[in-house]
Design a protein around this ligand. Structure first.
Ligand code: DC
Length: 220
């Protein structure tokens, strides 16, 4: 929860390839807030699971690994960074095998508890723009600043292809929306934006307009 901290949290949730990463990063830059990509943390944990040769279906082994995982969450400039054994796994996070297994690994409740703990700690010292699947619904349910970015399935598929990635986003969305632990949902009080026909600047502009209406003081 973000009660007990004066820091502002902007939660940006949505399905795969909805444009939320580009929007969240640009929004954070404009506001001077720290940008936290929670998906990168679930991807990093998945990469570690695969590197250790653990099948993504072995929830017990994944829990055990997560419990003792040598992870440390830090900031580089104003971006979140999760190091594993002191190594930045960023170059590996978009590998096909990570795309294929990340939904399974992130459905393990203990993995979520551990990562959510790290995510909440960022709010102790920073104003944040945090993107993910459950940021407004579970990680920071008390924040008044919640957005859900969507786009049509066709457009999302085309965006991923344009990035040169093989990513079965429909299967991931299905798994992320139907899992028991913190599924992808639209938080009740989230403002929904369909980005299908909008530019990144268009979406960011809409969010900033909404934030001003909600009383967020924007100093830049
Ligand atoms: O945002 P992304 O597509 O890089 O996220 C990769 C996966 O991580 C996504 O398919 C589900 C998981 N994830 C999650 O379970 N909860 C989050 N808050 C963020 C991502």
């Amino acid at each position: 929860m973000n009660s007990g901290t004066a820091h502002r949290i902007i939660a940006i949730d949505g399905p795969a390839a909805s444009g939320k990463s580009s929007v969240a990063r640009e929004l954070a830059r404009r506001l001077g807030f720290v940008y936290v990509n929670s998906g990168a943390m679930y991807r990093a944990m998945t990469w570690l699971v695969l590197e250790r040769g653990i099948p993504a279906t072995d929830a017990a082994a994944i829990e055990e690994l997560a419990e003792h995982a040598p992870i440390s969450c830090q900031l580089r400039e104003r971006d979140s960074l999760m190091l594993i054994d002191g190594i930045d796994p960023e170059p590996f996070l978009r590998e096909d095998r990570v795309n294929e297994n990340v939904s399974l690994v992130s459905s393990v409740p203990r993995v979520r508890e551990i990562l959510v703990d790290h995510l909440r700690r960022y709010a102790a010292t920073n104003d944040l723009v945090m993107e993910g699947r459950d940021i407004g619904s579970v990680v920071f349910p008390d924040t008044p600043f919640k957005f859900y970015i969507d786009a049509s399935p066709d457009i999302r598929l085309r965006r991923r292809e344009a990035q040169g990635q093989r990513d079965r986003i429909t299967a991931r969305d299905e798994a992320d929306s139907s899992r028991r632990a913190s599924p992808l949902v639209i938080a009740e009080d989230a403002h929904v934006i369909d980005s299908s026909n909008l530019t990144i600047d268009g979406v960011v502009g809409e969010i900033i307009g909404r934030l001003k209406l909600k009383g967020l003081t924007i100093s830049r």
